[in-house]
Write a protein that binds this ligand. Structure first.
Ligand code: UDP
Length: 329
């Protein structure tokens, strides 16, 4: 029989790399796939010497070939920050749609169970708070976030169709804002933005008046929830996130306190379609998976700050995003 084999896409990214660590720890053989557009091999280089780990440099928007048996597929490949959607909108659409289709085909052929990384963005700018899985969302398909939101909504629809029509075993996790070590410092997300600014001695840029809310989940909690969902027999979408909701202004103040810097908060324009509130209803995760987050924001932020402080000084330079124009569209 041998050990169970899992394919993780987006494996060099923030969440993908933590999933690789978890599955290695659980004794699986891990095939890590990434096209490295937004991922970074540094996140998984510590696994390269292991005989139960291999890396495949591949874009899952193109046909995916994996020799041998596969037990599980976790599809985590996607740009995942508003700056990325603006810079690489078409790749964002393709990985969520074509990439998902390719991987569902692979899951069907290999009789593997597939879990897809969906997102709280399927709820758009929600008119109900907190958001239960039954809420259908309020998404602008043609706004700047539409390329991500609609790809993820299509991804869920495609996944359900493969489940009902082809009998593929599928799982759908809706991931809310998550943070922790290995986030990209310059991806534009609020936590790396604020910590990077504090470390460079710049003021913290709060978008809008800072009254919009988010609920931040520490990465270890998220990975535990995903692991439990994969091994459960529940097919409908499940929210995984931390319901501890906070305004972005309060969050900025917490980061200033954490970093012990004297920076101020400065207000900037609110990006188009920026959700005003976001908080997961995690009743389902609690009841079906026996899961809830364990790490407080205070504790999680401390660990994350230590990680960013440990990076080489050059990582702190607010470099322009990589030039993506040479990538195949
Ligand atoms: N944000 C901010 N300053 C920044 C970056 C982000 O105030 O430098 C705000 C952003 O407008 C949003 C919130 O922080 O309201 C979370 O943004 P992020 O991009 O991290 O995630 P998302 O909007 O996808 O939840």
């Amino acid at each position: 029989m041998g050990r169970k084999r899992v394919l993780i896409t987006g494996a060099a990214g923030f969440l993908g790399s933590h999933l690789c660590d978890r599955f290695i720890k659980e004794g699986y053989y891990v095939i890590a796939m990434d096209n490295l557009i937004t991922g970074d091999l540094k996140n998984i280089e510590h696994l390269f010497g292991l005989e139960s780990f291999e890396f495949a440099h591949h874009d899952v928007s193109k046909f995916v070939h994996v020799p041998g048996k596969l037990d599980y597929i976790l599809h985590f490949a996607s740009p995942a920050s508003p700056i990325d959607y603006l810079k690489i909108p078409i790749q964002t659409l393709k990985v969520g749609s074509l990439g998902t289709h390719n991987l569902l085909g692979l899951a069907k052929n290999k009789k593997a169970r597939m879990l897809i990384a969906s997102t709280s963005e399927v709820y758009g700018d929600p008119s109900v708070n907190p958001q239960p899985e039954e809420y259908w969302g309020n998404v602008n398909p043609v706004g700047p976030r539409g390329v991500y939101d609609e790809a993820k909504r299509f991804q869920e629809a495609m996944t359900m169709a493969y489940h009902t029509f082809h009998g593929v075993e599928t799982r759908i996790v809706r991931i809310f804002n998550t943070y922790g070590p290995r986030m990209r410092l310059n991806d534009g997300r609020v936590l790396p933005a604020f910590i990077g600014q504090a470390l460079r001695g710049e003021d913290l840029t709060v978008f809008g008046d800072g009254s919009q809310t988010r609920s931040f989940c520490y990465v270890d909690d998220l990975i535990e929830g995903i692991y439990r969902l994969l091994l459960s027999d529940y097919v409908m979408p499940v929210n995984i996130g931390n319901p501890d909701e906070i305004t972005i202004k309060q969050f900025g103040e917490e980061i200033i306190k954490l970093t012990g810097t004297n920076q101020k908060l400065v207000l900037r324009d609110l990006p188009v379609d920026d959700p005003k509130q976001r908080r997961p209803d995690i009743t389902k995760a609690r009841e079906i998976l026996g899961w809830e987050p364990k790490v407080s924001r205070e504790e999680g932020l401390k660990i994350t700050y230590e990680y960013f402080k440990s990076l080489p000084a050059e990582a702190l330079i607010n470099k322009e995003h990589k030039d993506f124009t040479t990538y195949n569209r």
